[in-house]
Design a protein around this ligand. Structure first.
Ligand code: ADP
Ligand code: MG
Ligand code: MG
Length: 250
């Protein structure tokens, strides 16, 4: 489904991704773990189409098509979804208004008619209830005054409503307490399917106890330096990233 070949990315003349290769198959849940500053968020922004980053070399193929040629909105329409590490607060935009606009924009690109208000409300309420998002939260402006955990649950709510085919979760576990971690993980697990892939970016192993990955990649210094199964996450938890850092420097 996703294939990244020799990706090289810089921002403000600083090269951050240094010839990264990665494949994620259809239906696969792949985790990327790595120390702070290794370029994980940069990678997720570049896949989603953030234009602040300069792609110097390489390809990102989604179902065989190079998405580097596409605008962020076109990538979203093609099924790419990024749950942000730091979701933005958008004062003045109601949460419900935002969700309805996002769902209808997606339906438009698919040539589907707009959702009726009752259908929209029914879908949103059912998804919000599963994620234990209160009615009161839904009445506020998007993410404004939400706790860290509430913002992360709102990201998963968007994912549940938009049903993207390629989901990137950037440190969705950071700032979550145990209960929120369970709710978020259940939300993600409910979306796992044979035709949906996930890239789960995390600094810590604990999320992967809840969302069990098929593959674990270690990222260091802008590259994937090791790939293994879910046991690799446990090994990293026990030994830290020191082995991979020194391998890079050697
Ligand atoms: P990670 O998510 O793995 O912690 P990031 O992708 O956030 O890593 O950052 C990788 C490196 O790129 C860091 O050294 C960071 O300081 C740098 N970086 C990220 N964004 C910017 C930016 N907008 N301007 C300058 N440097 C940046
Ligand atoms: Mg970081
Ligand atoms: Mg990051």
């Amino acid at each position: 489904m996703l294939e990244i070949k020799n990706l090289v990315v810089s921002i403000e003349d600083k090269q951050i991704i240094n010839g990264l290769n990665l494949k994620v198959a259809k239906g696969e849940v792949a985790a990327i773990m790595g120390p702070n500053g290794s370029g994980k968020s940069t990678l997720s922004y570049v896949i989603a189409g953030n234009e602040d980053y300069e792609v110097l070399d390489g390809e990102i193929l989604l179902n065989g098509e190079n998405i580097l040629e596409m605008e962020a909105s076109e990538r979203a329409a093609a099924g790419v979804f990024l749950a942000f590490q730091y979701p933005l607060e958008i004062p003045g935009v109601g949460t419900m208004t935002f969700l309805k606009a996002a769902m209808n924009a997606q339906r438009k690109t698919r040539g589907e008619p707009e959702l009726s208000t009752p259908d929209f409300i029914k879908q949103v309420n059912a998804a919000a209830e599963k994620l234990e998002i209160s009615k009161e939260m839904m009445k506020r402006a998007l993410n404004v005054g939400f706790s860290g955990g509430e913002k992360k649950r709102m990201e998963i709510l968007q994912m549940a409503l938009l049903q993207p085919s390629f989901c990137i979760l950037d440190e969705t576990d950071s700032g979550l307490d145990i209960d929120a971690l369970r709710i978020v993980s259940e939300g993600v697990n409910a979306l796992r399917s044979l035709d949906r892939s996930f890239l789960i970016i995390t600094h810590y192993q604990r999320l992967l106890n809840h969302i069990v990955p098929d593959t674990v990649h270690v990222m260091s210094n802008g590259r994937i330096v090791k790939t293994g199964g879910k046991e690799l996450a446990l090994e990293l938890e026990a030994n830290g990233y020191a082995d991979y850092r020194s391998a890079e420097l050697a």
